[in-house]
Ligand binder design. Structure first.
Ligand SMILES: [Zn+2]
Length: 121
């Protein structure tokens, strides 16, 4: 499975992390995955997390950078982070597609998976 560019210690992901109050964050900007508080290696070890971010890359491609960001921010204000339709779809895609990113290993159990931030903001 071909992976996109991954940026560690991203200042953009750091801002999202502060906003969400999360220990670690991965976020997609265009065709790159930006990380803060997590190494590339640890991120890639969670195929559910990778599949979640890959769905955001697909959404970026479908809506365009500006289209995606405008909708994402509008829906954040409207519904809260957890219920942003792009996030709901990414959580569903994670369950469906994690096996594509498992690299031959068994899928991690729920206690080993990265938790989705529950921020209301
Ligand atoms: Zn997401």
């Amino acid at each position: 499975m071909e992976l996109p560019r991954i940026v560690e210690n991203s200042p953009f992901a750091r801002l999202a992390r502060l906003k969400l109050g999360a220990a670690n964050v991965a976020m997609v900007l265009g065709t790159s995955i930006h990380l803060s508080g997590v190494s590339r290696e640890d991120f890639l070890r969670d195929p559910f997390w990778v599949a979640h971010e890959m769905e955001h890359i697909r959404q970026f491609q479908e809506h365009g950078r500006l289209g995606f960001l405008a909708r994402y921010l509008r829906d954040w204000v409207r519904h809260g982070y957890y219920n942003i339709p792009f996030e709901v779809a990414a959580r569903e895609a994670a369950e469906l597609n994690a096996h594509l990113y498992a690299q031959g290993r068994p899928l991690p159990g729920s206690e080993e998976r990265h938790p989705t931030p529950k921020a209301k903001g």
